[in-house]
Design a protein around this ligand. Structure first.
Ligand SMILES: CC(C)(COP(=O)(O)OP(=O)(O)OC[C@H]1O[C@@H](n2cnc3c(N)ncnc32)[C@H](O)[C@@H]1OP(=O)(O)O)[C@@H](O)C(=O)NCCC(=O)NCCS
Length: 241
C-alpha cells in the first residue's frame, strides 16, 4: 500500500533525479530497489518504444517471453495487434526514457472466462535482479482485482526460474507439464485500498515520467549550448592573432 510517507519520499527522489544527468543503465552500480518503482500504464502512442524494448530481447529471452523464438516480424505483428482498450500494458522507464521493463495483462475475450487474465513480462537484461519483474507482477495483480478479474494466469517454461519464483512468491499454484508450466493465482476482490493505491501509484508514475521528459529536454539543451560554446571557442582559437 502507498502510505503518505512513501508518496513524499518518492516525490523527493523524483525531484533529486531531475538534477542528475542521464547515465547508462548498464554502467550503474549494483542496484538497491528504490522506495517505489514508478510503473505507468502505457497507451498506443508508445508502440514504438514497446517494439524497441521487445526487439532488444535476445533469442532465448524471446523464447521465454513468447514460448517460441519470435522473429522480428512476429514481434512487430504482436505490437501492432496490441489492444490498448481492452488490455493493460505497464512500463518502467529509465531517465533516458527507454522502456526497460514492461508487462502485458491480457484480459480474456471469452465471455465464459470474463474474470480471467494472462500476464506476460520482460525486463531488459541489464535491469534484471532489481525487483522490476516482481513489481510489475504486483501492479498487474492490483489492476486485475480492480477490473473484477478473479484468476490470473502465467504461462512459463519450466526452466524459467525467475518467472516461476515471482508467481510462487505471490501465492500462485504452479502446475508443471514437462517443459511447460502453468501458474494461476486466485485474486481477492477489489477493495478501497487496492483502488486508492492504484490511483496514487499511477499519479506518481505519470509525474515521474513528466519529470524525466523535462529533465531529458533540459540536458539536451545544455549539451547543445555546450557544443555551441565549444564551437565558438575552437574558432576563436583558430583566429590569427
Ligand atoms: C522473468 C523476468 C521478467 C524477471 O525479471 P527481474 O526483474 O529480473 O525479476 P526480479 O528482480 O523481480 O526477481 C524475481 C525473483 O526471481 C529471482 N530471479 C531473478 N533472476 C533469476 C534467475 N536468473 N534465476 C533464478 N532466480 C532468479 C529473484 O531472485 C527474485 O526472487 P526473490 O524475490 O526470491 O529474490 C526477466 O528475467 C525476463 O525478462 N526474462 C525474459 C522474459 C521472460 O522470461 N518472461 C516471463 C515469461 S512471461
Amino acid at each position: 500500500m502507498v502510505t503518505p510517507g512513501t508518496f513524499i519520499k518518492a516525490s523527493i527522489s523524483a525531484g533529486k533525479e531531475f538534477f542528475r544527468p542521464p547515465v547508462d543503465d548498464a554502467a550503474r552500480a549494483p542496484h538497491r530497489p528504490p522506495v517505489l518503482v514508478p510503473i505507468r500504464s502505457i497507451g498506443p502512442t508508445h508502440g514504438e518504444r514497446i517494439e524497441k524494448h521487445l526487439l532488444a530481447l535476445e533469442p532465448h529471452d524471446r523464447y521465454l517471453r513468447f514460448g517460441y523464438a519470435a522473429r522480428d516480424e512476429q514481434i512487430q505483428r504482436y505490437v501492432a495487434g496490441l489492444n490498448f482498450e481492452r488490455d493493460e500494458i505497464f512500463g518502467i522507464y529509465n531517465r533516458k526514457l527507454e522502456l526497460i521493463a514492461m508487462a502485458h495483462l491480457a484480459l480474456s475475450i471469452d465471455p465464459e472466462l470474463k474474470s480471467c487474465a494472462e500476464f506476460g513480462v520482460s525486463v531488459l537484461k541489464h535491469a534484471r535482479g532489481r525487483g522490476y519483474g516482481a513489481r510489475l507482477f504486483d501492479r498487474a495483480v492490483m489492476h486485475s482485482r480492480n477490473e473484477g478479474v478473479s484468476m490470473m494466469f502465467i504461462h512459463a517454461l519450466s526452466e524459467n526460474t525467475a518467472m516461476l519464483n515471482i508467481a510462487r512468491k505471490a501465492g500462485a499454484v504452479i502446475e508443471r507439464d514437462g517443459s511447460e508450466s502453468e501458474a494461476y493465482l486466485k485474486l481477492p476482490p477489489a477493495d478501497l485500498d487496492s483502488r486508492m493505491t492504484e490511483i496514487v501509484e499511477e499519479q506518481i508514475a505519470q509525474t515521474d515520467y513528466r519529470l524525466k521528459v523535462q529533465a531529458k529536454q533540459f540536458w539536451n539543451i545544455l549539451a547543445m549550448v555546450q557544443e555551441v560554446r565549444q564551437g565558438v571557442r575552437d574558432s576563436r582559437d583558430r583566429m590569427p592573432i
